[in-house]
Design a protein around this ligand. Structure first.
Ligand code: S3P
Length: 457
């Protein structure tokens, strides 16, 4: 349990940990590159550690030059703190002897990206056998959207509910490319198919219903693999060689987003977040908040590993309601819980539609967010594919919980900053999944003195 106290505002300049989506992809492409990939500012989140642990079990060499003791647990808070503060969390991933059969079941933990991307990777490596499992949340999430197209490429995959749910067993094979028309807009599905396509016969094309994050395409091109893209169509050809590379992963926009909304909805805020990834397939929240009246600027743009980075400066803002359309959803899918928080503090109605994918994330985020915010006094109505939120309503603190979902925990913590009384948040430790230093940064920005159970302030 943690206590979040209301604040007047948040002020200062911060960095956020390296991007989670880019870190997963760097690790997995490192496994396919001969010389290896070295990245700085690798995500400090547990999800990316999970990917590294699975790759290690598959025979990858993973080295962490910052890790002086060689034996340090990388989930240790001190290490995480240093990783989050700068560009230290350096990781080298390579598989000079190729991938080998793991002796144990691969545990993808809570991470959908790990499970889905590994399915794509392993499917296309002839004879490689692995079983992938996950935690209770991940075992409930749909995998058929990935196993279906992979099986149509010739992959041998079977598991619970005829390959719809984890645990899944995969026996790698020489696959055939083909054209895959996706039913859901999912970068995880797109990436799994493209990874399988790198070793397949002929061209592999993915056609998406609407654009999703394009980190895989950017990274492949950065590493010398041609990717042919037009509108919603992405094609790769078989390649035997992926170059190695070395670069710094930009900060995670999805982590920066918590502070953007926190600054916007509190009265006396002025915040700068440095080195944030501003890939337009990820920054839909900024676009929507701009319509709502966000006072912000994007400065000092540069490139790292082919990805745009920038400083985002935000001030307290008077927000008004807006309508978020289905085609915008993929560009802010992970930020929708936070948008719901912002909407409670915006004048008028905010309506989110076409966000049914939120129901199959780490929790049913349409429901968990509606319950959490309603408890705090928000006027929020859950619909089948989103919410209708009426603002502006004062939020009260009280007792609430994370449902074991990292983004729900952090979104509710942000709501607590704008509340009129302290918020007691249960199950806050799940923030380790994507942003282990979240509460430390909160303390730094607000001098907020939260109380952890059993620990005196
Ligand atoms: C991710 C894609 C999104 C996102 C997830 C990370 C990725 O999922 O919600 O947190 O790294 O590709 P979907 O692609 O399934 O929507």
């Amino acid at each position: 349990m943690i206590e979040i106290r209301p604040v007047e505002g948040i002020r200062g300049e911060i960095n956020v940990p390296g991007d989670k989506s880019i870190s997963h992809r760097a690790a997995i492409l490192g496994a396919l590159s001969k010389e290896g990939i070295t990245v700085g500012n690798f995500s400090t989140g547990e999800d990316c550690e999970t990917t590294l642990a699975c790759l290690k079990a598959l025979g990858c060499e993973i080295t962490k030059p910052d890790d002086k003791t060689g034996a340090k647990d990388l989930r240790d808070p001190d290490h995480l703190r240093s990783g989050a503060a700068g560009f230290e969390n350096k990781v080298t991933i390579k598989a000079p002897q190729g991938l080998r059969e793991p002796k144990n079941i691969l545990d993808a933990g809570n991470s959908g990206t790990t499970a889905r991307l590994l399915l794509g990777l392993i499917s296309g490596i002839p004879n490689l056998f692995a079983v992938i499992n996950g935690d209770e949340s991940l075992k409930g999430r749909p995998m058929g959207r990935v196993t279906g197209p992979l099986i149509s490429m010739g992959a041998k995959i079977d598991g619970r509910e005829f390959g719809e749910k984890l645990p899944l067993a995969v026996r790698g094979k020489k696959l055939n490319g083909g054209i895959h028309v996706l039913q859901v807009a999912s970068a995880q599905v797109k990436t799994a198919i493209l990874l399988a396509g790198l070793g397949a016969q002929g061209a592999t094309t993915v056609i998406e219903p609407s654009p999703t994050r394009d980190h895989t395409e950017i990274m492949l091109e950065f590493l010398g693999v041609p990717v042919f893209k037009s509108d919603l169509k992405t094609t790769v050809y078989p390649t035997s060689l992926i170059n190695g590379g070395s670069w710094t992963i930009p900060g995670d926009f999805s982590s920066a987003a918590f502070w953007i909304v926190a600054a916007a909805i509190t009265r006396e805020s002025e915040l700068r977040i440095k080195n944030v990834n501003v890939n337009p397939t990820r920054t839909g929240l900024l676009k929507v908040l701009k319509r709502m009246g966000l006072a912000y600027s994007v400065e000092d743009e540069s490139l790292s590993g082919g990805e745009k980075t920038a400083t985002i400066a935000v001030k307290s803002s008077s927000l008004k309601g807006t309508k978020v359309m289905p085609e915008e959803i993929p560009s802010l899918i992970d930020e929708l819980p936070l948008l719901a928080v912002a909407a409670t503090q915006a004048e008028g109605i905010t309506e989110v539609t076409g966000a049914q994918e939120l129901r199959v994330k780490e929790s049913d985020r349409i429901h968990t967010m509606a319950v959490g915010l309603k408890k705090m006094g928000a006027q929020i109505k859950e619909t089948k594919d989103g919410w209708i939120i009426k603002g502006k309503t004062p939020l009260a603190g009280g007792k609430t919980k994370s449902y074991g979902d990292h983004r729900i925990a952090m979104a509710l913590a942000v709501a607590g900053l704008a509340a009129t009384s302290p918020l007691h948040l249960e199950g806050e430790s799940c923030v380790r999944i994507s942003y282990p230093s979240f509460f430390e940064t909160l303390r730094k920005l607000t001098q907020n003195t939260e109380v952890r159970e059993g620990i005196q302030p």
